[in-house]
Design a protein around this ligand. Structure first.
Ligand code: PGA
Length: 251
């Protein structure tokens, strides 16, 4: 079974409501192969109106960028999976390196979040990726597989097969420095083999693994052409409708 091709845009903490609305409107002016799944992750504040305005538009799904590690209660400022589910948000990014680094989210916390997302019937887009010093020391493969093991390896086959993974080397995020297509393929292939060793070949073949880190219209085609790269999780370049549309058209 062919894996889905996915172009996901992570807007991070960018765009006011009017700016977000016009970015979405501009993106919808473009056309693309509807076999490509397009996901955009705007700030929490935009999700409700985006779900409403995209109700008749099957070409784009939304994702939240994060969720709370608990179902409800005294967690000032947090947003629960249940709240997102009740809005009709189908996907949630979990474990982005900015959440891990800036907000100190641990493997254990991410494990909890993944469980909550799956329990509510939503799809986690689970991020992993190594910092520069780990890459330089040549330990990037084991670093990433350890991240996966720590937060995902408790899942059974059925739940694991619902995941979308995103490999995002930290040294390539927002830096303009992209992993080469070969570096991306090497990691994606290792991730897939690692999944196969635990969940079997069939599950490993069906999990979409996205690459993230300075994906642009100019490099997307080369990166997406690699066998184990099923698309991209795009930050900066997703804030420009023409650029992001060109990335969507790069499969
Ligand atoms: P970037 O971000 O495309 O701006 O490097 C990617 C990400 O953090 O998801």
């Amino acid at each position: 079974m062919a894996r889905p091709k996915i172009a996901a845009g992570n807007w991070k903490m960018n765009t006011t409501i009017p700016e977000g609305n016009s970015l979405l409107t501009d993106l919808l002016k473009h056309e693309w192969d509807t076999k490509v799944s397009v996901i955009i992750a705007p700030p929490f504040t935009h999700l409700h109106s985006f779900v409403q305005s995209l109700a008749q538009e099957t070409r784009i799904q939304v994702a939240a960028q994060n969720c709370a590690p608990a179902t409800s209660g005294a967690y000032t400022g947090e947003v629960s999976v249940g709240m997102l589910a009740s809005m009709g948000v189908p996907n949630i990014i979990i474990g982005h390196s900015e959440r891990r680094e800036i907000f100190g989210e641990s493997d254990e916390m991410l494990k909890k979040k993944v469980d909550l997302v799956l329990l509510s019937g939503l799809i986690p887009i689970f991020c992993c990726g190594e910092p520069l010093e780990i890459r330089k020391a040549g330990n990037h493969i084991s670093y990433v597989t350890n991240q996966l093991e720590a937060s995902l390896w408790h899942l059974d086959n059925l739940d694991f097969s619902k995941l979308i993974l995103a490999y995002e080397p930290i040294w390539a995020i927002g830096t303009g420095e992209t992993a080469s297509p070969e570096q991306a393929q090497e990691m994606h292939e290792n991730i897939r083999n690692f999944i196969a060793s635990k969940y079997g070949f069939a599950v490993s073949e069906q999990i979409p693994i996205l690459y993230g880190g300075s994906v642009k219209a100019s490099n997307a085609r080369d990166i997406f052409s690699k066998q184990d790269v099923d698309g991209g999780l795009v930050g900066g370049a997703s804030l420009n409708a023409d650029e992001f549309a060109a990335i969507i058209q790069s499969f």
